[in-house]
Design a protein around this ligand. Structure first.
Ligand SMILES: Cc1cc2nc3c(=O)[nH]c(=O)nc-3n(C[C@H](O)[C@H](O)[C@H](O)COP(=O)(O)OP(=O)(O)OC[C@H]3O[C@@H](n4cnc5c(N)ncnc54)[C@H](O)[C@@H]3O)c2cc1C
Length: 494
């Protein structure tokens, strides 16, 4: 295709009409001729990281997910030393624990799909887009990903995507950059009390007092329930926030290509088009009884993965490799839950609600952590599934009556939601698709409120809650951006 020779600045696939369209914006020269892809034009201002080995100013960061890592990189740009504490392992060691998890050989509660270098974003779909355009310079996030090895497409694709095969290498390069420039990263170091940070970091009095006075960027993600509980016990202000829970649905990718693109992979011409634009995805939303029901984190050509971090719970999520070429299309299908939907006043009651459902899913799953599953049409019609279709979920599935044990506020709404989606895309509601329980960690159920001006916790000075766990971001890019913003704010103050 000719576009591969040009310098593209924007590319999007439009499947809203029956005929698929690709919109391209390319750079042209003064005569209006497309500029070749490899022409030496400056893409963006590369970052300049300073040497902070002996920097006076330092900042502690808890969590090495997108928020923590991008905060650290931004601090380096401002000559401030980042000191990161991460409960999980560095990425290559983490891979081994994830392989065990996929083979049903045990969950390491500190090293899994949620915890470890790169955070929840490392073994993910790596979709790099955010609905929010308000929070700052999203393009800078893409440029930093590109600088550390992401493909050119992240700079121009409307729905950019990296893939879980490429993300670990990018994360590793970020770590190497932080260490080379004098930052510190302490893996397998869970912070169990905010005062622990001072104790952990050596006994020399001078060093100790420096650390005590250092600002702390709290970038813990939304799965560290134990850390939320620690924060509550230490008097950090927390509040319940709206979130969403449901199931993960998986269809054959060929069916989704037909429904969304009207293309049939058995026809060579259609296959060529799919190979060019990539497997189809979808984004569905409806309202049922006053609550949103919607698809979340759709992974074309992907896999469903066990994304829990605690024993005795079953949590599913989705990821894909860069080529997105598995025969399956999966997506979270979730129901909006508002704080008033859960009784009580405890700011952490949303976590308990999530945990209850995750335990229930575990109980209804198989003895070796297989996920409870039901064919989609059976679920909507309230029938048991005698057997289950092939599925990408490596630990396996067992037939279960999700229609019976999901709380009605979620199950009934999902049933209606699937009927609505089928009206829009006839054929979506099929027994060739399967749902797995439960998709419970799509968003944070807690907010760590902060002052909008200083970005510091409203209860605890010098503490900068940021990223998904603080309840101010959702997804890789917005969390990374929130980390950048926290670091920029600190750079202004110290
Ligand atoms: C399987 C999966 C697929 C996903 N796919 C996508 C996708 O395609 N696109 C997208 O935008 N988003 C995706 N997400 C969501 C995305 O990964 C998160 O929104 C994002 O990673 C949040 O970034 P964060 O830095 O705020 O938190 P996290 O990435 O959760 O990182 C927090 C880090 O803090 C560490 N930590 C927690 N508590 C402590 C403690 N007490 N002491 C020390 N360290 C601690 C954790 O180990 C973790 O590494 C996916 C998530 C999962 C699980």
């Amino acid at each position: 295709m000719a576009e591969q020779q040009w310098r593209i600045v924007k590319r999007s696939v439009d499947a809203r009409q029956r005929e698929l369209r690709v919109h391209l914006t390319v750079l042209v020269d003064e005569q209006g001729r497309p500029i070749p892809k490899d022409a030496p034009i400056p893409l963006y201002e590369p970052p300049v990281f300073q040497d902070v080995h002996n920097a006076e100013r330092q900042v502690v960061i808890i969590g090495a997910g997108p928020a923590g890592l991008f905060a650290a990189l931004t601090l380096l740009e401002h000559g401030i030393k980042p000191i990161i504490y991460e409960r999980g392992k560095e990425v290559s060691e983490r891979k081994k624990d994830i392989a065990l998890l996929n083979r049903n050989e045990g969950l390491n509660p500190e090293s899994n799909y949620c915890f470890g270098e790169g955070g929840a974003g490392t073994f993910s779909d790596g979709k790099l887009f955010s609905r929010s355009k308000k929070r700052g310079n999203m393009q800078r996030v893409m440029e930093l990903f590109h600088y550390f090895g992401a493909p050119d497409t992240v700079l121009y694709e409307a729905h950019a995507h990296i893939g879980s095969d490429k993300l670990p290498g990018i994360i590793k390069k970020m770590r190497e950059c932080i260490l080379e420039h004098g930052g510190e990263i302490h893996f397998e170091t869970k912070i169990e009390s905010l005062s622990q940070i001072t104790n952990h970091h050596g006994s020399a009095d001078r060093q100790k007092s420096q650390i005590t006075n250092s600002p702390i960027i709290l970038a813990i993600g939304h799965s560290a329930h134990d850390t939320y509980r620690m924060l509550a016990a230490e008097g950090v202000a927390l509040e319940t926030k709206g979130f969403a829970m449901g199931v993960r649905a998986e269809h054959p990718q060929s069916l989704i290509n037909k429904l969304m693109y009207h293309l049939d992979i058995s026809k060579p011409r259609d296959l060529e088009v799919i190979n060019y634009v990539g497997n189809a995805s979808y984004s569905l939303v409806t309202q049922v009884d006053g609550r949103g029901v919607y698809s979340f984190c759709m992974c074309p050509g992907g896999h469903i993965v066990p994304a829990g971090s605690e024993a005795g719970s079953c949590v599913v999520n989705g990821m894909s490799a860069s080529h997105r070429n598995s025969p399956y299309a999966n997506s979270g299908m979730v129901v909006q839950i508002n704080p008033e939907d859960i009784s009580g006043k405890d700011p952490l009651r949303g976590l308990e609600f999530q945990e209850e459902l995750e335990r229930l899913a575990f109980e209804h799953g198989g003895p070796q952590a297989q996920a409870p599953a039901q064919r989609l049409k059976d679920f909507v019609e309230g029938k048991p599934s005698k057997d289950l279709p092939a599925c990408s979920y490596l630990p396996g599935t067992v037939s279960s009556r999700l229609d019976q044990w999901l709380p009605a506020s979620i199950g009934k709404r999902l049933q209606q939601g699937f009927r609505d989606f089928d009206r829009k895309y006839p054929g979506f509601l099929t027994n060739d698709a399967v749902i797995l329980g439960v998709e419970s960690r799509s968003s944070s159920a807690v907010r760590i409120p902060r002052d909008p001006e200083t970005l510091q916790s409203i209860s605890t000075p010098n503490l900068y809650p940021c990223g998904e766990g603080a309840g101010y971001a959702g997804g890789i890019t917005s969390s990374a951006l929130d980390g950048i913003n926290a670091a920029l704010k600190i750079a202004q103050f110290i």
